[in-house]
Design a protein around this ligand. Structure first.
Ligand code: NAD
Length: 454
């Protein structure tokens, strides 16, 4: 398997992929080692993960350089990602004892009732490339903390980072056979579905998620899916600083080249603010430096996957055919590497691909709306349900709108953010189950109820 630098289209290295028999060897080793790992105290497991976090800190520069080389995101965004992953780990470590320890529910004379959170066993984590540290940490850290062994399949676009994560976990003290990395693409992932893991935890697209969900259903083990989104944002007429809102929300749409599951993907603006918002938004987008992700000050680096360029070109073409107006960008940048101009479309309608299909690139559609009712109707018009955002001076107005949206996260005067303290969950085509928060810590356990008389 060739590892390509998307910023230059050069081959970085090639790696030997796993096959069903090498995967089986890894699985068997994990199976054998898991109970010993589960047998040590939670306190000891916390110490090991704390050392892993320290290693991430000590090696941030080197890890960020590797990540940028492999996925094409600006170096500063790679550093931000590693720091963000450490912040999530910090929350998990601070809360692990509280949510994973035994819970005494009833304590009466002659009767105790308690819950013990047992690990699932050997879990399979098939992951995405856009934030390998963040989405990885959501899964393998709580899985390890709660006493599971993990087979981690990084995306084929983030394999070097995945292998490095494996090395650092071992260096931190995870036993050799408790965490393994599976190398490869679709075929490797598919082979893992044929094996008997005790849980499947997937981050990636709806199409792959649906396939995995159907494929593992008969195994009767937990299957959690963190999938894509088409996240809407509404700017109401009472927003005081429209320009600041435009700058902040442009970042929410274009950070990491728009390749975030919770990126703003559709914008609805009240007619009273529309002209000012669009002007400030386009000015902001046109101010960004585009280029090599290693160069200073670059905000728009390379797209990770070459194939996405055709998806974006098709969305622009479809929108223009249906009457949209192109305000800036609109095409791929020729030369070495995979680059696409940051693109803003207005006069869009919800029947355009750019307002329905996950774009996962530097492109946005902005639509004018007349009131909250129309905004809500437009925002609800999606197969996805990851996040939704409302900008208004009035908190209760925002909450009233957010309550009517079938999405896992609601934002008031902010967007494109994740908190370790809150459940990270998608609805509809955005997935099933939750990571992060107390729910995410317990997602890798099975509760056992003890009824103790005596
Ligand atoms: P993808 O579905 O193409 O691939 C994800 C993983 O699945 C990869 O490791 C891939 O090798 C593997 N895979 C592909 N086909 C498979 C098969 N048939 N069987 C088993 N495994 C298979 O997704 P991607 O391009 O890596 O990631 C982008 C998607 O992930 C976007 O839709 C994005 O929104 C979503 N995402 C969601 C979240 C979230 O938290 N909800 C976070 C990050 C990314």
């Amino acid at each position: 398997m060739e590892i390509i630098n998307p910023a230059t289209a050069e081959i970085i290295t090639s790696l030997k992929e796993d096959n069903p028999s090498t995967l089986q060897i890894k699985f068997d080793a994990l199976k054998e080692a898991q109970s010993e790992w589960a047998g040590i105290t939670l306190h000891e497991r916390i110490s090991v993960i704390a050392r892993f976090s320290d290693l991430l800190q000590n090696k941030t520069e080197e890890l960020a350089a590797m990540l940028t080389r492999e996925v094409g995101k600006p170096l500063q965004q790679s550093r931000n990602e590693i720091n963000g992953a450490r912040a999530r780990i910090k929350w998990m470590l601070a809360n692990a004892e509280k949510y994973l320890s035994d819970e005494l529910m009833v304590d009466e004379p002659g009767l105790k009732e308690l819950i013990k959170y047992e690990p699932l066993g050997v879990v399979c984590n098939i992951s995405a490339w856009n934030y390998p540290y963040l989405v990885g940490v959501n899964v393998f850290i709580p899985a390890l903390l709660s006493g599971n062994a993990v087979l981690y399949k990084p995306s084929e676009y983030a394999t070097l980072t995945g292998l490095e994560i494996g090395k650092l976990l071992k260096e931190a003290g995870i036993p050799e056979q408790v965490f393994h990395v599976a190398i490869g693409a679709k075929e490797t992932g598919a082979a893992l579905l044929e094996m008997n893991f005790d849980g499947y935890f997937f981050t990636g697209s709806y199409q792959t998620g649906k396939y995995i969900y159907e494929k593992v259903a008969g195994k009767m083990v937990p299957c959690q899916l963190e999938l894509g989104g088409k996240d809407p944002l509404y700017i109401a007429e009472d927003v005081a600083d429209v320009s600041a809102a435009a700058i902040g929300t442009a970042d929410g749409a274009f950070y990491n080249n728009g390749q975030s599951c919770c990126a703003v993907e559709r914008i609805y603006v009240h007619e009273q603010n529309y002209a000012e918002y669009v002007k400030a938004f386009v000015t902001e987008v046109e101010s960004w430096k585009i280029g090599l992700p290693t160069a200073d000050g670059v905000y728009i680096g390379a797209l990770t996957r070459k194939e996405q360029i055709a998806v974006l070109e098709n969305q622009v073409k479809d929108a223009l055919n249906k009457g949209a107006k192109l305000l800036t960008g609109g095409k791929a940048i020729t030369g070495k590497g995979y680059y696409f101009e940051p693109t803003v479309l207005t006069d869009v309608t919800n029947d355009m691909l750019v307002m329905q299909e996950e774009s996962f690139g530097p492109i946005i559609g902005i639509m004018k709306v007349n009131n909250d009712t129309e905004a809500l109707k437009m925002m609800q018009d999606t197969a996805y349900g990851l996040t939704a955002s409302v900008y208004t001076a009035d908190q209760s107005r925002a909450e009233k709108i957010l309550a009517q949206l079938d999405a896992g996260s609601g934002y008031w005067n902010c967007c494109d953010r994740v908190s370790a303290a809150l459940p990270w969950s998608g609805r509809k085509y955005s997935g099933i189950g939750a990571t992060l928060s107390h729910q995410g810590l317990r997602a890798f356990t099975k509760p056992k109820g003890y009824h103790l008389r005596g």
